[in-house]
Ligand binder design. Structure first.
Ligand code: ZN
Length: 284
């Protein structure tokens, strides 16, 4: 399986940088950029013609909801903390109290965020029967809250926190209440073990069922629409190759370059909200 990390990926990245530069030049002229509009039209056509399209999303789809991509340096909550040090399964096991002092803030910061028009556009594509489902690496629940129904959360979700001993779980609101009571980490109501957020921490193996569903959707897809991801980090990085190698097409809507830009039938480089709104309006 190609993960797009060879020398070819470097060439594709340079080409994408050019595309971003020309899109920016178009925007600076003040008018609507004809090639971008055309791209939205072509993506709408691809969606109309496809029968088994799937959407793959990354952190970029949630940035307009005020959730910074934690991989961007110096942003928000993560500015003074190295997530590779704190958000790990080892950190959780060794010092759940410290882990939850950090993670509690993260939960609280995500709790009241609202889906943005990009989430709503993706949910609308599913409602109209134009996509079969959504695969996301985001843990923020925003696709579900926007109405996406077949949602594969490959990094889990903040919706639940789980007990690693008995698999019991409690919901986000109760976890936040327990954290506010300030009595150490939230614990399992049966066995009093510290609960772990049901998200994939650094050092943890990805859960099997969502990964299998993601790979099945990708291998069956005749179109994969990738939104808001630089497609560089496993497992998201490997999924477009699954679709491409099975004969499906790729469409990419993201501002950063990706290793798959050279493979994409449509490549939109504007911001995810305006690009997806344009695509949905082309479908009306
Ligand atoms: Zn338990």
């Amino acid at each position: 399986m190609s993960e797009g990390t060879g020398p070819g990926a470097v060439a594709a990245t340079s080409a994408a940088a050019g595309a971003v530069a020309s899109a920016a030049a178009g925007a600076s002229r003040g008018g609507s950029d004809a090639s971008t509009d055309d791209g939205a039209y072509r993506l709408a056509e691809l969606l109309r013609k496809s029968e088994r399209a799937v959407v793959l999303t990354g952190a970029g789809v949630s940035v307009p909801s005020g959730i910074p991509d934690f991989r961007s340096p110096g942003t928000g909550l993560w500015a003074n903390v190295d997530p590779m040090e704190v958000a790990t399964i080892d950190a959780f096991r060794h010092d759940p109290d410290r882990f939850w002092r950090f993670y509690g803030d993260r939960f609280a910061s995500l709790y009241d965020r609202e889906p943005n028009p990009a989430h709503h556009a993706i949910a609308e594509l599913e409602r109209r029967g134009l996509v079969r489902g959504v695969i996301t690496q985001n843990v923020d629940r925003l696709h579900r809250r926007a109405g996406s129904r077949r949602l594969v959360e490959i990094h889990g979700s903040i919706e639940w926190s789980i007990c690693l001993r008995c698999r019991g779980r409690i919901g986000l609101e109760r976890v936040l209440e327990l954290l506010q009571e300030g009595d150490g980490p939230p614990t399992c109501e049966s066995c009093l073990e510290p609960l772990k957020p049901d998200v994939v921490l650094f050092g943890e193996i990805l859960p099997r069922a969502p990964m299998e569903e993601a790979f099945a959707l990708a291998s069956e897809a005749d179109l994969m629409l990738c939104v808001g991801s630089s497609l560089e980090v496993f497992p998201v990085a490997s999924l477009p190759a699954v679709t491409r190698d099975a004969g499906g097409r790729l469409a990419i809507v993201t501002q950063s370059s990706t290793p798959y830009d050279g493979d994409a039938a449509v490549r939109l480089s504007g911001d995810v909200v305006s690009e997806l709104e344009r695509v949905v309006s082309e479908l009306r």
